[in-house]
Design a protein around this ligand. Structure first.
Ligand code: NAP
Length: 497
């Protein structure tokens, strides 16, 4: 997409007056105790909106509204095709306000406006449309049963679905969850990340404008400790879909077990490996994509390819090309269309990145970056960084940083590459670069990852499931398989002979 030249993003940002109130039972509402938190634009360190700090009482109200709408059948009882039509209208309304959504996303969490406009917003609209189209195409099963009987296996909505989402792709990940959950007839309570709640609120408002009945999609903003915990422990929530850290995922497992055994799908952390073999067709392309895999979205990507392994003969060539490619993600003004790297989500997250890199300085070699970049009053910018020479067990190699930091380690042969790649508690994604077709298959088969990208990085699409193994969680977003998070299989057996 070309830059829409008629838009002055700074002026638009100044004139924006985001509504940060909760969205419960089809209407906006203040938090029950009136509390708000400021949304800070990390690129300027300035507050630009006040967002309601929801309470347990607000959470109760939202779950009750969702339950009432589900039982009333205003949505769950509609023909699936009609739900799909309403969702298509919803996607149209979101698309009409694309620029506002993009601005909110950029101001809330610092990503460049060009990326919000070309990736996040269209990706969200496409997700709603995809599940709208799928709504009436799922069908039931009639399995073989003994003579004199017929069984129907149907997919039934679970009831009230809670969705808890992170701040790195606030709008898209919210849509990955609410679109399939709604398409099959559930009612939803969404709790977005505190850092980036505004697009979720606007999404819900437009859903009702499109015809989704009141109470079917509710958004309770507020902290994870309050609203998130209340949802996780609520006996009236039938399923919880989560994207966020592994640490919080583990708490949700406990909360589910200690409450009503609600269905969980957990998209958790990652530390994905990118393997570049010496027989790669072009080292430059591998390096260019590796920079995308490590630094796009400021490295705040769960499936970021932050562990790069390169076969020794091409190591030097790769490093030179990688440094050159990293320049495309140099931090700049997120409201400038040409900016490749924005601000990190906030100052304290940037502190964490800085501390982690500083702790690795004496153990390895900083190839480039390794510095915080001050821009005006903001301390939330960090240069794309590569570190080499680290031991395999060094925290920079092992821990998810969720920032623009990649480690580069050499490998000798296929076994060594696979061993190093799989030496992780995570299993979200991996990439392999080789021109040898047989090797591509062999290595892909051996990698423990929910998605293996061959001769590209971080491949992802609406039609393919996304999620991980090991401590990256379970359950899948996207594709037809996401539906499994939001339906139960129900057998109805007719005995007629
Ligand atoms: P996070 O701290 O786990 O927060 C995620 C969400 O959980 C936020 O809405 C948060 O609310 C809420 N939360 C926090 N504590 C909670 C609790 N005790 N009970 C219930 N909810 C709670 O993760 P993050 O820092 O926002 O996002 C970064 C993480 O997300 C990384 O680990 C990344 O890998 C992961 N991620 C995974 C995927 C994937 O698909 N696998 C995709 C994107 C991101 P507050 O905002 O109020 O704290």
């Amino acid at each position: 997409m070309e830059e829409p030249t008629s838009i002055d993003w700074h002026a638009r940002a100044q004139s924006l007056t985001p509504d940060g109130r909760l969205f419960i039972d089809g209407v906006r509402a203040h938090a029950s105790d009136g509390a708000v938190v400021s949304s800070i634009n990390p690129a300027t360190a300035q507050a630009f909106a006040a967002v309601a700090a929801g309470t347990t009482h607000d959470t109760e109200r939202a779950v009750a509204a969702a339950r009432a709408s589900f039982e009333a059948g205003t949505w769950s009882g509609l023909a699936a095709a009609d739900r799909g039509l309403i969702m298509q209208r919803w996607a149209d309304l979101v698309e009409l306000r694309a620029e506002e959504f993009a601005l909110l996303e950029t101001l809330d969490m610092g990503k460049p406006i060009g990326q919000s406009m070309t990736v996040d917003v269209p990706g969200s609209v496409a997700t709603i449309r995809w599940y709208a189209e799928l709504a009436d195409k799922l069908g039931d099963e009639v399995p073989s049963t003994p003579p004199g009987s017929t069984a129907v296996v149907s997919r039934v909505p679970l009831g009230v679905v809670a969705a808890i989402t992170p701040w790195n792709y606030p709008m898209e990940i919210a849509c990955w969850k609410i679109a399939p959950a709604l398409a099959v007839g559930n009612s939803v309570v969404l709790k977005p990340a505190s850092e980036s709640s505004l697009t979720a609120l606007l999404l819900a408002e437009l859903a009702v404008e499109a015809g989704v009945p009141a109470g079917v999609l509710n958004v309770v903003t507020g902290s994870g400790r309050v609203v998130g915990e209340a949802l996780a422990r609520h006996r009236g929530v039938d399923a919880l879909t989560f994207t966020g850290s592994t640490a919080v995922s583990k708490r949700l497992l406990v909360a589910s077990g200690e409450s009503n055994m609600k269905r969980l799908s957990l998209e958790a952390g990652g530390k994905s490996a990118n393997l570049v073999f010496a027989d790669v067709e072009t080292v430059e392309l591998a390096a260019e994509k590796a920079a995308f895999g490590a630094f796009y979205n400021q490295g705040e990507v769960c499936s970021a390819n932050s562990r790069i392994y390169v076969q020794r003969p091409v190591l030097d060539a790769f490093i030179s090309a990688f440094e050159l490619a990293a320049g495309s993600y140099a931090p700049g003004d997120p409201l400038d269309w040409s900016t490749g790297g924005g601000a990190l989500v906030n100052e304290s997250h940037t502190d964490d990145i800085e501390r982690a890199v500083d702790a690795g300085r004496s153990a390895g070699d900083i190839l480039f970056g390794g510095e915080r970049i001050e821009r005006g009053a903001s301390r939330a910018f960090y240069a794309p960084t590569a570190v080499a020479g680290l031991d395999a067990k060094h925290p920079l190699v092992v821990d998810e940083l969720f920032g623009p930091v990649a480690t580069i380690i050499a490998f000798d042969d296929e076994d060594d590459a696979v061993h190093q790649a799989n030496d992780s508690t995570y299993g979200l994604a991996a990439s392999v670069w080789t021109s040898n077709f047989a090797r591509a298959h062999r290595v892909a088969d051996r990698l423990v990852a929910g998605t293996v990208s061959v001769n590209t990085v971080d491949a992802l699409g609406l039609t393919t499931p996304f999620g991980g193994f090991r401590e990256s969680g379970f359950g899948r977003d996207l594709s037809r398989h996401a539906i499994d998070n939001y339906v139960g299989l129900k057998t109805t057996w007719f005995q007629h002979g």
